[in-house]
Design a protein around this ligand. Structure first.
Ligand code: CAA
Length: 381
Protein backbone atom coordinates (compact mmCIF):
# COMPACT_ATOMS: atom_id res chain seq x y z
CA UNK A 1 0.00 0.00 0.00
CA UNK A 2 1.42 3.33 -1.09
CA UNK A 3 -0.09 6.61 0.10
CA UNK A 4 2.22 8.76 -2.05
CA UNK A 5 0.86 10.48 -5.13
CA UNK A 6 2.92 10.27 -8.32
CA UNK A 7 4.49 13.39 -9.86
CA UNK A 8 1.86 13.25 -12.61
CA UNK A 9 -0.97 13.07 -10.06
CA UNK A 10 0.50 16.01 -8.10
CA UNK A 11 0.67 18.04 -11.31
CA UNK A 12 -2.97 17.30 -12.11
CA UNK A 13 -3.96 18.31 -8.57
CA UNK A 14 -2.00 21.57 -8.90
CA UNK A 15 -3.45 22.35 -12.34
CA UNK A 16 -6.99 21.73 -11.10
CA UNK A 17 -6.41 23.81 -7.96
CA UNK A 18 -5.09 26.75 -9.96
CA UNK A 19 -7.93 26.52 -12.45
CA UNK A 20 -10.50 26.30 -9.65
CA UNK A 21 -9.06 29.27 -7.78
CA UNK A 22 -8.59 31.45 -10.86
CA UNK A 23 -11.67 30.57 -12.90
CA UNK A 24 -14.31 29.04 -10.66
CA UNK A 25 -14.09 30.90 -7.35
CA UNK A 26 -14.64 34.37 -8.82
CA UNK A 27 -18.34 34.62 -9.51
CA UNK A 28 -19.41 31.41 -7.77
CA UNK A 29 -21.73 33.25 -5.36
CA UNK A 30 -23.32 35.22 -8.23
CA UNK A 31 -23.76 32.10 -10.37
CA UNK A 32 -25.42 30.38 -7.41
CA UNK A 33 -27.76 33.33 -6.87
CA UNK A 34 -28.71 33.58 -10.55
CA UNK A 35 -28.69 29.79 -11.08
CA UNK A 36 -26.30 30.40 -13.97
CA UNK A 37 -24.55 27.55 -15.76
CA UNK A 38 -20.73 28.03 -15.79
CA UNK A 39 -20.53 27.76 -19.59
CA UNK A 40 -17.16 29.46 -20.11
CA UNK A 41 -15.58 27.50 -17.28
CA UNK A 42 -16.90 24.15 -18.55
CA UNK A 43 -15.40 24.95 -21.96
CA UNK A 44 -12.04 25.61 -20.28
CA UNK A 45 -12.36 22.36 -18.31
CA UNK A 46 -12.68 20.58 -21.66
CA UNK A 47 -9.54 22.30 -22.95
CA UNK A 48 -7.67 21.19 -19.82
CA UNK A 49 -8.72 17.59 -20.40
CA UNK A 50 -11.03 17.48 -17.36
CA UNK A 51 -14.16 16.35 -19.22
CA UNK A 52 -12.87 12.93 -20.29
CA UNK A 53 -10.09 12.32 -17.81
CA UNK A 54 -10.24 8.51 -17.73
CA UNK A 55 -10.93 8.04 -21.44
CA UNK A 56 -8.18 6.77 -23.73
CA UNK A 57 -6.36 9.45 -25.68
CA UNK A 58 -7.45 7.73 -28.91
CA UNK A 59 -11.04 8.65 -27.98
CA UNK A 60 -10.33 12.28 -27.10
CA UNK A 61 -9.63 11.65 -23.40
CA UNK A 62 -6.70 12.35 -21.11
CA UNK A 63 -5.90 8.66 -20.50
CA UNK A 64 -5.56 9.09 -16.74
CA UNK A 65 -6.40 6.86 -13.77
CA UNK A 66 -9.35 7.25 -11.42
CA UNK A 67 -7.22 8.66 -8.57
CA UNK A 68 -6.15 11.52 -10.89
CA UNK A 69 -9.80 12.12 -11.71
CA UNK A 70 -10.63 12.26 -7.98
CA UNK A 71 -7.77 14.68 -7.31
CA UNK A 72 -9.03 17.08 -9.98
CA UNK A 73 -12.67 16.62 -8.93
CA UNK A 74 -11.93 17.46 -5.27
CA UNK A 75 -10.29 20.74 -6.29
CA UNK A 76 -13.12 21.68 -8.65
CA UNK A 77 -15.76 20.79 -6.02
CA UNK A 78 -14.00 22.86 -3.35
CA UNK A 79 -14.46 25.95 -5.48
CA UNK A 80 -17.78 25.18 -7.17
CA UNK A 81 -19.80 22.02 -6.56
CA UNK A 82 -22.00 22.82 -9.57
CA UNK A 83 -19.02 22.63 -11.92
CA UNK A 84 -18.07 19.37 -10.17
CA UNK A 85 -21.37 17.62 -10.90
CA UNK A 86 -21.31 18.77 -14.53
CA UNK A 87 -17.83 17.25 -14.76
CA UNK A 88 -18.78 14.09 -12.87
CA UNK A 89 -21.79 13.28 -15.07
CA UNK A 90 -19.84 13.81 -18.29
CA UNK A 91 -16.80 11.81 -17.13
CA UNK A 92 -18.04 8.95 -15.05
CA UNK A 93 -21.54 8.40 -16.36
CA UNK A 94 -21.65 9.46 -20.00
CA UNK A 95 -18.10 8.88 -21.30
CA UNK A 96 -17.56 5.79 -19.15
CA UNK A 97 -20.80 4.17 -20.33
CA UNK A 98 -19.98 4.70 -24.02
CA UNK A 99 -16.40 3.52 -23.50
CA UNK A 100 -17.49 0.33 -21.71
CA UNK A 101 -20.56 -0.59 -23.75
CA UNK A 102 -20.56 1.40 -27.00
CA UNK A 103 -19.70 0.06 -30.47
CA UNK A 104 -16.62 1.30 -32.28
CA UNK A 105 -18.80 3.56 -34.47
CA UNK A 106 -20.58 4.99 -31.42
CA UNK A 107 -17.23 5.70 -29.74
CA UNK A 108 -15.93 7.49 -32.82
CA UNK A 109 -19.09 9.51 -33.32
CA UNK A 110 -19.98 10.34 -29.71
CA UNK A 111 -17.17 9.56 -27.27
CA UNK A 112 -14.51 11.64 -29.00
CA UNK A 113 -16.42 14.97 -28.86
CA UNK A 114 -17.70 14.20 -25.33
CA UNK A 115 -14.33 13.25 -23.87
CA UNK A 116 -12.57 16.19 -25.46
CA UNK A 117 -15.12 18.60 -23.99
CA UNK A 118 -16.39 19.72 -27.38
CA UNK A 119 -19.81 18.34 -26.47
CA UNK A 120 -21.57 17.82 -23.15
CA UNK A 121 -23.48 14.72 -22.09
CA UNK A 122 -26.34 13.81 -19.76
CA UNK A 123 -27.51 10.50 -18.26
CA UNK A 124 -31.24 9.88 -17.98
CA UNK A 125 -32.55 7.04 -15.83
CA UNK A 126 -35.16 8.44 -13.41
CA UNK A 127 -38.83 9.11 -14.10
CA UNK A 128 -41.47 10.84 -12.00
CA UNK A 129 -42.63 7.50 -10.50
CA UNK A 130 -39.26 5.72 -10.47
CA UNK A 131 -36.32 7.12 -8.52
CA UNK A 132 -34.75 4.62 -6.14
CA UNK A 133 -36.84 1.86 -7.75
CA UNK A 134 -35.06 2.66 -10.98
CA UNK A 135 -36.33 -0.20 -13.13
CA UNK A 136 -39.99 0.79 -12.59
CA UNK A 137 -40.01 2.99 -15.69
CA UNK A 138 -42.67 3.75 -18.33
CA UNK A 139 -40.88 5.56 -21.16
CA UNK A 140 -41.18 3.16 -24.08
CA UNK A 141 -39.23 2.69 -27.30
CA UNK A 142 -41.26 0.81 -29.91
CA UNK A 143 -39.29 -0.84 -32.69
CA UNK A 144 -40.45 0.18 -36.18
CA UNK A 145 -38.20 -1.14 -38.93
CA UNK A 146 -34.76 0.38 -38.55
CA UNK A 147 -35.94 2.89 -35.95
CA UNK A 148 -37.39 3.12 -32.47
CA UNK A 149 -40.25 5.48 -31.69
CA UNK A 150 -39.87 6.77 -28.13
CA UNK A 151 -42.61 8.20 -25.92
CA UNK A 152 -42.41 9.22 -22.26
CA UNK A 153 -41.08 11.63 -19.65
CA UNK A 154 -37.80 11.46 -17.73
CA UNK A 155 -36.79 13.71 -14.83
CA UNK A 156 -33.96 14.91 -12.60
CA UNK A 157 -31.58 15.04 -15.55
CA UNK A 158 -28.34 16.86 -14.69
CA UNK A 159 -26.98 18.78 -17.73
CA UNK A 160 -30.38 18.12 -19.33
CA UNK A 161 -30.69 21.59 -20.83
CA UNK A 162 -27.09 22.29 -21.80
CA UNK A 163 -26.10 18.83 -23.00
CA UNK A 164 -25.75 17.92 -26.68
CA UNK A 165 -26.16 14.18 -26.11
CA UNK A 166 -28.31 12.23 -23.64
CA UNK A 167 -27.87 8.58 -22.69
CA UNK A 168 -31.43 7.39 -22.19
CA UNK A 169 -32.60 4.27 -20.37
CA UNK A 170 -36.12 3.23 -21.33
CA UNK A 171 -38.30 0.17 -21.93
CA UNK A 172 -38.19 -1.77 -25.18
CA UNK A 173 -40.36 -4.55 -23.75
CA UNK A 174 -43.10 -4.28 -21.13
CA UNK A 175 -43.85 -6.73 -18.31
CA UNK A 176 -40.40 -8.31 -17.98
CA UNK A 177 -38.99 -5.97 -15.32
CA UNK A 178 -35.42 -4.78 -15.71
CA UNK A 179 -34.89 -7.21 -18.61
CA UNK A 180 -37.05 -4.93 -20.77
CA UNK A 181 -34.79 -1.88 -20.40
CA UNK A 182 -32.43 -0.69 -23.15
CA UNK A 183 -30.05 2.23 -23.57
CA UNK A 184 -30.13 4.81 -26.39
CA UNK A 185 -27.96 7.69 -27.48
CA UNK A 186 -30.19 10.69 -28.10
CA UNK A 187 -29.00 13.80 -29.90
CA UNK A 188 -30.44 17.17 -28.93
CA UNK A 189 -31.79 17.85 -32.40
CA UNK A 190 -33.83 14.64 -32.73
CA UNK A 191 -37.43 15.44 -33.67
CA UNK A 192 -39.88 14.78 -30.87
CA UNK A 193 -37.30 15.32 -28.13
CA UNK A 194 -37.56 18.40 -25.93
CA UNK A 195 -36.48 19.58 -22.48
CA UNK A 196 -38.53 21.05 -19.65
CA UNK A 197 -37.88 24.09 -17.49
CA UNK A 198 -34.76 24.38 -15.39
CA UNK A 199 -35.59 23.16 -11.87
CA UNK A 200 -35.23 25.81 -9.12
CA UNK A 201 -32.98 23.94 -6.70
CA UNK A 202 -31.78 24.35 -3.09
CA UNK A 203 -28.13 23.86 -4.07
CA UNK A 204 -25.79 23.17 -7.00
CA UNK A 205 -27.78 25.94 -8.64
CA UNK A 206 -25.18 26.52 -11.34
CA UNK A 207 -25.84 23.10 -12.84
CA UNK A 208 -29.05 22.62 -14.78
CA UNK A 209 -31.57 19.91 -13.98
CA UNK A 210 -34.73 19.33 -15.99
CA UNK A 211 -37.34 16.94 -17.33
CA UNK A 212 -36.99 15.39 -20.79
CA UNK A 213 -39.98 14.81 -23.07
CA UNK A 214 -40.19 12.23 -25.84
CA UNK A 215 -43.15 12.54 -28.19
CA UNK A 216 -42.92 10.05 -31.05
CA UNK A 217 -39.19 10.68 -31.08
CA UNK A 218 -37.61 8.66 -33.93
CA UNK A 219 -34.24 7.16 -33.04
CA UNK A 220 -32.21 5.07 -35.51
CA UNK A 221 -31.38 1.51 -34.47
CA UNK A 222 -27.65 2.29 -34.60
CA UNK A 223 -28.22 4.60 -31.62
CA UNK A 224 -29.18 1.72 -29.37
CA UNK A 225 -26.25 1.13 -27.07
CA UNK A 226 -25.68 -2.51 -26.17
CA UNK A 227 -28.24 -5.29 -26.49
CA UNK A 228 -31.99 -4.89 -26.20
CA UNK A 229 -32.87 -5.61 -22.57
CA UNK A 230 -29.34 -5.02 -21.31
CA UNK A 231 -29.86 -1.37 -20.40
CA UNK A 232 -30.49 -1.73 -16.66
CA UNK A 233 -27.26 -3.57 -15.98
CA UNK A 234 -25.41 -1.03 -18.11
CA UNK A 235 -26.96 1.76 -16.01
CA UNK A 236 -26.22 0.17 -12.63
CA UNK A 237 -22.70 -0.83 -13.62
CA UNK A 238 -22.04 2.73 -14.77
CA UNK A 239 -23.54 4.23 -11.61
CA UNK A 240 -20.97 2.32 -9.54
CA UNK A 241 -18.32 4.55 -11.11
CA UNK A 242 -20.54 7.63 -10.99
CA UNK A 243 -20.79 7.21 -7.23
CA UNK A 244 -17.01 7.66 -6.92
CA UNK A 245 -17.41 10.99 -8.71
CA UNK A 246 -20.24 12.16 -6.45
CA UNK A 247 -18.39 10.95 -3.33
CA UNK A 248 -15.48 13.12 -4.45
CA UNK A 249 -17.76 16.07 -5.08
CA UNK A 250 -18.92 15.63 -1.46
CA UNK A 251 -15.31 15.38 -0.29
CA UNK A 252 -14.50 18.69 -1.99
CA UNK A 253 -17.43 20.39 -0.25
CA UNK A 254 -16.32 18.93 3.10
CA UNK A 255 -12.67 19.97 2.62
CA UNK A 256 -13.71 23.48 1.65
CA UNK A 257 -15.89 23.62 4.80
CA UNK A 258 -12.91 22.56 6.91
CA UNK A 259 -10.54 25.05 5.25
CA UNK A 260 -12.99 27.94 5.61
CA UNK A 261 -13.65 27.00 9.26
CA UNK A 262 -9.92 26.85 10.06
CA UNK A 263 -9.28 30.21 8.40
CA UNK A 264 -12.13 31.81 10.35
CA UNK A 265 -11.20 30.16 13.66
CA UNK A 266 -7.69 31.58 13.33
CA UNK A 267 -8.98 35.10 12.63
CA UNK A 268 -12.15 35.63 14.60
CA UNK A 269 -11.62 36.93 18.14
CA UNK A 270 -14.02 36.55 21.05
CA UNK A 271 -13.32 37.00 24.74
CA UNK A 272 -9.94 38.50 23.77
CA UNK A 273 -8.57 35.55 21.79
CA UNK A 274 -8.98 33.69 18.48
CA UNK A 275 -11.92 31.31 18.69
CA UNK A 276 -9.62 28.48 17.50
CA UNK A 277 -8.17 28.55 21.03
CA UNK A 278 -11.44 27.30 22.49
CA UNK A 279 -11.92 23.59 23.07
CA UNK A 280 -15.45 23.68 21.68
CA UNK A 281 -14.15 24.90 18.32
CA UNK A 282 -11.10 22.61 18.39
CA UNK A 283 -13.31 19.54 18.84
CA UNK A 284 -15.33 20.51 15.79
CA UNK A 285 -12.20 21.15 13.69
CA UNK A 286 -10.62 17.87 14.82
CA UNK A 287 -13.75 15.86 13.97
CA UNK A 288 -14.03 17.56 10.57
CA UNK A 289 -10.38 16.76 9.82
CA UNK A 290 -10.81 13.07 10.76
CA UNK A 291 -13.99 12.75 8.69
CA UNK A 292 -12.48 14.42 5.62
CA UNK A 293 -9.44 12.12 5.69
CA UNK A 294 -11.58 9.02 6.26
CA UNK A 295 -13.84 9.95 3.32
CA UNK A 296 -10.83 10.51 1.09
CA UNK A 297 -9.37 7.10 1.99
CA UNK A 298 -12.66 5.33 1.23
CA UNK A 299 -12.83 7.13 -2.13
CA UNK A 300 -9.24 6.27 -3.06
CA UNK A 301 -9.83 2.61 -2.18
CA UNK A 302 -12.85 2.44 -4.48
CA UNK A 303 -10.91 4.29 -7.21
CA UNK A 304 -7.91 1.96 -6.88
CA UNK A 305 -10.15 -1.11 -7.14
CA UNK A 306 -11.84 0.34 -10.23
CA UNK A 307 -8.44 0.92 -11.86
CA UNK A 308 -7.39 -2.64 -10.99
CA UNK A 309 -10.48 -3.90 -12.81
CA UNK A 310 -11.91 -5.71 -9.78
CA UNK A 311 -15.48 -5.28 -8.45
CA UNK A 312 -15.81 -1.96 -6.63
CA UNK A 313 -19.59 -1.41 -6.33
CA UNK A 314 -19.67 -1.99 -2.56
CA UNK A 315 -16.64 0.24 -2.01
CA UNK A 316 -18.09 3.01 -4.20
CA UNK A 317 -21.37 2.84 -2.28
CA UNK A 318 -19.49 3.03 1.04
CA UNK A 319 -17.48 6.01 -0.18
CA UNK A 320 -20.57 7.86 -1.40
CA UNK A 321 -22.65 7.11 1.68
CA UNK A 322 -19.87 8.23 4.02
CA UNK A 323 -18.51 11.21 2.08
CA UNK A 324 -21.96 12.71 1.53
CA UNK A 325 -22.67 12.56 5.28
CA UNK A 326 -19.29 14.12 5.95
CA UNK A 327 -20.11 16.93 3.49
CA UNK A 328 -23.40 17.60 5.27
CA UNK A 329 -21.84 17.47 8.75
CA UNK A 330 -18.72 19.50 7.91
CA UNK A 331 -20.65 22.23 6.08
CA UNK A 332 -23.13 22.48 8.97
CA UNK A 333 -20.28 22.77 11.47
CA UNK A 334 -18.60 25.36 9.27
CA UNK A 335 -21.74 27.53 9.35
CA UNK A 336 -21.91 27.00 13.12
CA UNK A 337 -18.30 28.18 13.59
CA UNK A 338 -19.01 31.26 11.44
CA UNK A 339 -22.13 31.94 13.56
CA UNK A 340 -24.28 34.77 12.16
CA UNK A 341 -21.70 35.42 9.43
CA UNK A 342 -22.21 31.88 8.22
CA UNK A 343 -25.93 32.42 7.84
CA UNK A 344 -25.66 35.21 5.28
CA UNK A 345 -24.95 34.65 1.59
CA UNK A 346 -21.98 37.01 1.42
CA UNK A 347 -19.50 34.72 3.17
CA UNK A 348 -20.42 31.83 0.86
CA UNK A 349 -20.42 29.11 3.51
CA UNK A 350 -24.19 28.61 3.62
CA UNK A 351 -23.87 27.56 -0.05
CA UNK A 352 -21.67 24.65 1.03
CA UNK A 353 -24.48 23.37 3.25
CA UNK A 354 -27.03 23.72 0.44
CA UNK A 355 -24.72 22.10 -2.11
CA UNK A 356 -23.86 19.22 0.25
CA UNK A 357 -27.45 17.98 0.61
CA UNK A 358 -27.83 16.68 -2.94
CA UNK A 359 -24.84 14.36 -2.54
CA UNK A 360 -27.02 12.30 -0.16
CA UNK A 361 -29.74 12.09 -2.81
CA UNK A 362 -28.58 11.79 -6.43
CA UNK A 363 -26.88 8.80 -8.08
CA UNK A 364 -28.58 6.70 -5.41
CA UNK A 365 -29.76 8.02 -2.03
CA UNK A 366 -27.80 7.23 1.13
CA UNK A 367 -30.44 4.61 1.88
CA UNK A 368 -29.87 2.94 -1.52
CA UNK A 369 -26.11 2.93 -0.89
CA UNK A 370 -26.82 1.13 2.41
CA UNK A 371 -28.98 -1.38 0.57
CA UNK A 372 -26.16 -2.02 -1.94
CA UNK A 373 -23.60 -2.34 0.87
CA UNK A 374 -25.79 -4.62 3.01
CA UNK A 375 -26.63 -6.91 0.06
CA UNK A 376 -22.91 -7.24 -0.69
CA UNK A 377 -21.92 -7.85 2.93
CA UNK A 378 -24.72 -10.38 3.47
CA UNK A 379 -23.59 -12.20 0.34
CA UNK A 380 -20.10 -12.47 1.81
CA UNK A 381 -18.47 -9.88 -0.53
N1 CAA B 1 -23.81 -3.59 -11.96
C1 CAA B 1 -24.32 -4.40 -12.92
N2 CAA B 1 -25.45 -5.11 -12.74
C2 CAA B 1 -26.07 -5.00 -11.56
C3 CAA B 1 -25.58 -4.17 -10.54
C4 CAA B 1 -24.39 -3.45 -10.76
N3 CAA B 1 -23.87 -2.64 -9.84
N4 CAA B 1 -26.42 -4.26 -9.47
C5 CAA B 1 -27.37 -5.12 -9.81
N5 CAA B 1 -27.17 -5.56 -11.08
C6 CAA B 1 -27.99 -6.52 -11.84
C7 CAA B 1 -28.41 -7.69 -10.98
O1 CAA B 1 -27.48 -8.74 -11.02
C8 CAA B 1 -29.73 -8.09 -11.61
O2 CAA B 1 -29.53 -8.90 -12.73
P1 CAA B 1 -30.17 -10.39 -12.81
O3 CAA B 1 -31.66 -10.23 -12.66
O4 CAA B 1 -29.75 -10.90 -14.15
O5 CAA B 1 -29.56 -11.13 -11.66
C9 CAA B 1 -30.29 -6.75 -12.11
O6 CAA B 1 -29.19 -5.86 -12.23
C10 CAA B 1 -31.31 -6.13 -11.19
O7 CAA B 1 -30.72 -6.05 -9.92
P2 CAA B 1 -31.56 -6.02 -8.59
O8 CAA B 1 -32.52 -7.15 -8.56
O9 CAA B 1 -30.60 -5.87 -7.45
O10 CAA B 1 -32.39 -4.68 -8.80
P3 CAA B 1 -33.35 -3.89 -7.85
O11 CAA B 1 -34.57 -3.56 -8.60
O12 CAA B 1 -33.47 -4.57 -6.52
O13 CAA B 1 -32.59 -2.48 -7.67
C11 CAA B 1 -31.06 -0.93 -6.79
C12 CAA B 1 -31.32 -2.35 -7.29
C13 CAA B 1 -29.70 -1.00 -6.17
C14 CAA B 1 -32.07 -0.46 -5.76
C15 CAA B 1 -31.05 0.02 -8.02
O14 CAA B 1 -32.34 0.17 -8.56
C16 CAA B 1 -30.49 1.39 -7.71
O15 CAA B 1 -29.27 1.55 -7.68
N6 CAA B 1 -31.38 2.39 -7.50
C17 CAA B 1 -30.92 3.76 -7.40
C18 CAA B 1 -30.99 4.42 -8.74
C19 CAA B 1 -30.03 5.55 -8.89
O16 CAA B 1 -28.88 5.52 -8.43
N7 CAA B 1 -30.48 6.58 -9.61
C20 CAA B 1 -29.63 7.66 -9.93
C21 CAA B 1 -30.21 8.41 -11.06
S1 CAA B 1 -29.00 9.04 -12.12
C22 CAA B 1 -28.49 10.47 -11.43
O17 CAA B 1 -28.78 10.84 -10.34
C23 CAA B 1 -27.53 11.16 -12.32
C24 CAA B 1 -27.48 12.61 -12.21
O18 CAA B 1 -28.07 13.29 -13.03
C25 CAA B 1 -26.56 13.21 -11.23
Amino acid sequence: MDFKLTDEQLLIQKTAREFANDQLRPGVIERDEKAEFPAEQVKMMGELGFMGMMMPEAYGGAGLDTISYCLAMEEIAKADASAAVIMSVNNSLVCQLIKNFGSEDQKKKYLIPLASGEKLGAFSLSEPQSGSDASNMRTFAKREGDNYIINGTKNWVTNGITSDIVLLMCLTEKGVGHKGISTFIIEKGFEGFSTGKKEDKLGIRGSDTCELYFENCKVPIENRLGDEGGGFKIALGTLDGGRIGIATQALGIAKESLDRAVEYANERKQFGTEIGNFGAIQTKIAQMAIQVDAARLLIYRAAAKKDEGIPFGKEAAMAKNFASKVAMDASTQCVQIFGGYGYIRETGVERLMRDAKITQIYEGTSEIQELVIARNVLAGN
